[in-house]
Design a protein around this ligand. Structure first.
Ligand code: PTT
Ligand code: SF4
Length: 616
């Protein structure tokens, strides 16, 4: 099909050899690209039960048919692998110049396998691939690393790099690009580090494969115009994602002091208006005219790019109500290549452990200097405490025992993003059933739930809504691969995307229903992947894997206005989960039924799974 290069570049780090992987053409219809290709490649090629840090784990960078083209906010890329944080499928969505460069170099993605003996970086220039000694940048942060690479390869190249956190196998290390973007929350940066791969540089000079380039360009420029003229455009450009903070404060759903409370007394000091007031610059991904990276001068004079999640987790969640200070912690996380969400959650849990005499040292809410100290000790695994915190909240709870499970705000091991779901059951379901653990990206249902549904209810319409959003956000956007913000934030029409697909691939008949069927296929295969890995490792898979954080059930919410004392209820949540499984045609363990695998054309995968677990 047009719109694709039909192959991935394979980097064998053990042999320092490059080769090509040509995938079956039918995948372009059945999986579209991005996340769909990534999970299929991992399912087929990474043996069940593989240690995420072993040379047998594959790290997959994957773009889609629309990535990098001249249409709204298209320079995105999936980075995926078996996750060292959760043990299941992990991925992230990275904004990067490497996306268009890779397509122009002639590939739909990069597979990294094996393990180099010494630090290495790889330069891809069309079909020329070179493995270089990375001794000059190993041990450096992502800012200096990118600076070094820009000096050598120029500003127009695409860069994918890790910082010290990835090198030191911090389980929530990310991959970074273009000084501001960060992707792969469930430890994709650590998988890259385990392969001794510091950076990938990509340069391409070919053409974008497209069936009707002029038509696609015309549709794209209409899209850019629509975005620019959207009623909310100016507000968005002023505050970006942080404009949501006021709504979360008003609805008592902010993450405050390790998610124990829902409102923050210093919210006005870290909200969207404050960010807008102190903004010095606005940055973003290539090919985007609604750039969301809002930069401030942090308390130590660095330029720090802030989004809502970074602020929520490194601000209210650890009791820091000062934006320039939040900026410092955010800058450190970006430089070390640590996920800000998990870092904020780990610090919140550490502060609570300290309060309860479990941490072994003093760390109080709002202690800025100690937060900095801990972030450095985490990224470098400097000592026992730094190293334990580098393992993430699930393993911290296992180590400490007792009440600590309540302080660990995660699902399946991935720390929850910055929404306190104690009094919003639909958002709790979204975290519970997200395909990578507690990330909001697949179904950010919270605003709909509070504004348009009965907030306290556990009714089936919430399960339906979560699935609707998962199909659009987690299925469609993650396989196309483009940014979802033009649609979600500025109302760009979803129907535009099948039209783009037609013009780019040359295949007529694309429609949203077909794309959503692809989404269901991707979800079923990701779920099969989780179950397969759990069973192969001798762990128990059960519906409890889809439970949100324990705290939201057992502790009443503090400082939540009329929601104070509120919490989730196990029996009602179970009913909601049953509705979700019912709509998905999954059984009561949360495993797709055999007939559902069949409907989606995944008979072979179902047969493989049935060797490990009985299917209904
Ligand atoms: C994303 C997660 C998010 S979601 C944020 S802020 W957000 C945090 N950003 C981090 C960061 O910055 N530095 C850092 N060291 N760690 C960070 N961790 C957190 O990572 C992201 C944007 C955002 S900003 C969002 S919602 C949207 N996400 C999209 C998505 O998932 N899919 C898609 N098709 N389009 C999306 N558009 C928006 O992209 P992860 P990014 Mg990130 C600095 O990667 O692993 O998915 O985690 O990707 O390129 O930075 O863009 O309020
Ligand atoms: Fe990147 Fe933000 Fe633009 Fe999306 S809206 S493409 S995340 S700059």
């Amino acid at each position: 099909m047009n719109g694709y290069n039909g192959k991935f570049l394979v980097l064998d780090m053990s042999k320092k050899e490059a080769s090509e992987f040509t995938y079956p053409e039918e995948w372009q219809r059945t999986f579209i690209g991005g996340r769909g290709f990534a999970v299929k490649i991992l399912w087929d090629n990474v043996p069940p039960g593989t240690d995420p840090y072993s040379e047998d784990n594959w790290l997959v960078f994957s773009i889609g048919p629309l990535s990098g083209l001249s249409l709204p906010s298209s320079s995105k890329m999936i980075v995926a692998a078996k996750s060292p944080l959760t043990g299941g499928y992990g991925d992230g969505n990275l904004g990067t110049r490497a996306s268009p460069q890779l397509k122009k170099a002639g590939y739909d993605g990069i597979i990294v396998k094996g393990k180099a003996e010494s630090p290495t970086y790889v330069v891809i220039e069309n079909d020329k691939v070179e493995f270089h000694d990375a001794k000059d940048i190993w041990g450096k942060g992502t800012y200096d690393t990118e600076k070094y690479l820009i000096e050598k390869y120029g500003k127009k190249a695409g860069f994918l790099s890790i910082g010290q956190a990835g090198e030191n196998l911090v389980r929530y290390a990310t991959v970074r690009s273009q000084e501001g973007r960060s992707g792969g929350r469930p430890g994709m940066g650590a998988v890259m580090g385990s392969k001794m791969l510091k950076s990938i540089v990509v340069k391409g000079t070919g053409k974008f494969p497209q069936a009707e380039p002029k038509e696609a360009l015309k549709l794209g420029s209409e899209g850019y115009n629509m975005v620019k003229n959207a009623p909310n455009y100016d507000h968005w450009m002023g505050q970006g994602t942080t404009m949501i903070l006021d709504f979360l404060q008003e609805s008592s759903t902010l993450p405050v002091r390790n998610f124990s409370a829902g409102t923050y007394e210093l919210a006005a000091k870290v909200d969207g208006s404050e960010l807008e007031r102190t903004k010095i610059e606005q940055i973003g991904c290539p090919r985007c005219n609604m750039q969301c990276g809002i930069v401030i001068k942090d308390a130590e004079g660095n330029n720090s790019e802030l989004d809502y999640e970074n602020i929520g987790m490194l601000g209210p969640n650890i009791g820091i109500g000062d934006l320039p200070r939040v900026g410092v912690l955010n800058y450190m996380a970006d430089d070390y290549g640590l996920d800000t969400i998990s870092t904020g959650s780990v610090l919140g849990m550490a502060a609570e452990a300290s309060e309860n005499g479990v941490l072994g040292e003093t760390y109080s809410w709002g202690d800025f200097e100690k937060s900095k100290d801990l972030i450095t000790r985490i990224a470098t695994r400097a000592d026992n405490i730094g190293s334990l915190l580098a393992e993430g909240t699930m393993r911290m709870a296992q180590k400490w025992g007792g009440d600590a499970s309540k302080w660990a705000i995660n699902v399946k091991g991935l720390e929850a993003s910055a929404y306190n779901a104690a009094t919003v059951p639909g958002m709790a379901l979204s975290f519970g059933t997200s395909p990578i653990g507690a990330h909001h990206k697949d179904a950010w249902v919270i605003q709909w739930e509070i504004q348009f549904s009965e907030r306290d209810a556990y009714t089936p319409d919430k399960a339906e809504k979560v699935i609707e959003l998962q199909r659009i956000r987690g299925g469609m956007f993650e396989s196309l691969v483009t940014c979802r913000f033009p649609w979600i934030e500025l109302g760009y029409d979803l129907e535009a995307y099948p039209k783009f697909l037609e013009k780019v691939t040359g295949r007529s008949g694309w429609n949203l229903d077909e794309v959503f069927e692809v989404a269901d296929r991707i979800y079923a295969l990701i779920r099969a992947y989780w179950v397969r890995e759990f069973v192969a490792e001798g762990k128990v898979w059960s519906r409890k894997m889809d439970y949100p954080a324990e705290r939201w059930f057992v502790d009443g919410l503090k400082d939540g206005g009329k929601y104070t004392g509120g919490h989730l209820e196990y029996d009602k949540y179970d009913e909601l989960l049953n509705s979700y499984y019912g709509f998905r045609n999954w059984d009561l363990r949360g495993i797709p039924k055999e007939e559902e695998f069949k409907r989606l054309g995944l008979e072979h995968e179902a047969e493989q799974l049935s060797n490990l677990v009985d299917l209904e």
